[in-house]
Design a protein around this ligand. Structure first.
Ligand code: EAX
Length: 319
């Protein structure tokens, strides 16, 4: 039955004219489809397939191992990924500058810098590493959760085993704050929290909500300790094979993805605290930010030396 209708469709297509060669683009992203990371590939699919009259077919897949996704894009076994910058600095070191704690004052500051020539300049660095940086999206400001105690001050972090991303800058920050950072892929996080391998973790509200981390974490503190960018990265070959007109359509789709992603983060941030409280979490909303910044002073001094100090200043001074 299926075969016969497929055959009939094939004949109809043949009679209608030359078959259109369809190019498939596979895009991987972390987290569930219905999340701020899932809406990015969904927007690319909707907009790019429409603008290219179906000459391209976009397939979105979930993969909670972000390092693996970047490697796959580099090798070319998948075409693109939306990934947090968590592991990206290990491929493109210049990206680490955006992972510095308390660098961005607020969302508008972060989005503004990433959309400015500063963001473009860093995207331009991807090509030397066999990657094509397409556009900045976001994860949002990260907060701390744990299963042990209410965290109000840096001293409350002492001895706490905290899962971090596989990110040098974040790991250093948690070490300096007195915690015991344990880097691992997101795919390993829930089992590690369940088994008590780690006591806590840090992620934006959007991630905590989308993955029900409230089921394995009791306490949350709105530390806002670091803005977590994400980025759409593609295999350079994919971009080179596109006609200039299709590349423009691709960028139109990427901008739609960026809007969808940012709108969803804004929405999650607005509703998230109430939602997580209703799911039983104890949420500390008033945080002595200055105390955390002061505790990080030795790390800030190191980053002034190991990262581009002039660029750090430009980002901080950005208005
Ligand atoms: O990109 O690994 C992480 O904590 C990330 O924030 C998450 O997977 C979303």
């Amino acid at each position: 039955m299926f075969r016969r209708s497929a055959l009939a469709a094939g004949i109809a297509a043949f009679l209608a004219g030359p078959a259109i060669a369809q190019t498939q683009i596979t895009i991987q992203h972390a987290l569930p489809a219905n999340s701020h990371t899932g809406v990015g590939p969904a927007a690319i699919k909707e907009v790019f397939e429409r603008l290219t009259n179906g000459r391209y077919r976009v397939v979105a897949q979930r993969n909670d191992n972000e390092r693996e996704m970047v490697e796959s894009v580099q090798i070319g076994t998948i075409d693109c990924t939306f990934t947090s910058t968590g592991p990206v600095g290990n491929f493109v070191p210049e990206v680490r500058i955006f992972d510095v704690p308390f660098l961005f004052r607020d969302t508008a500051h972060a989005r503004g810098v990433l959309d400015s020539e500063i963001g473009q300049q860093v995207l331009g660095r991807f090509s030397a590493r066999g990657l094509h940086g397409v556009i900045w999206t976001e994860n949002g400001f990260r907060h701390l959760t744990n299963s042990r105690r209410e965290v109000n001050l840096p001293a409350d972090l002492r001895g706490l085993k905290v899962r971090t991303m596989e990110n040098q800058v974040h790991m250093r920050a948690f070490t300096v704050l007195g915690a015991l950072p344990t880097p691992m892929a997101f795919s390993e996080l829930v089992p590690a929290l369940q088994q008590g391998t780690v006591d806590g973790q840090e992620n934006p509200i959007s991630v905590i909500v989308a993955n029900n981390l409230n089921q394995v974490q009791r306490y949350m503190t709105l530390t806002n300790h670091v803005y977590s960018p994400s980025v759409m990265i593609c295999n350079p070959g994919l971009m080179q094979r596109m006609t200039p007109a299709d590349r423009e359509h691709f960028m139109t789709a990427a901008r739609a993805a960026q809007r969808a992603n940012r709108d969803r983060v804004t929405q999650d941030d607005a509703n998230g605290v109430e939602l997580l409280r209703s799911r039983g979490m104890t949420v500390v909303t008033t945080v002595n930010t200055a105390a955390f910044q002061e505790a990080l002073a030795p790390a800030f001094a190191e980053w002034e030396r190991s990262l581009d100090a002039a660029l750090l200043r430009r980002i901080r001074d950005w208005r």
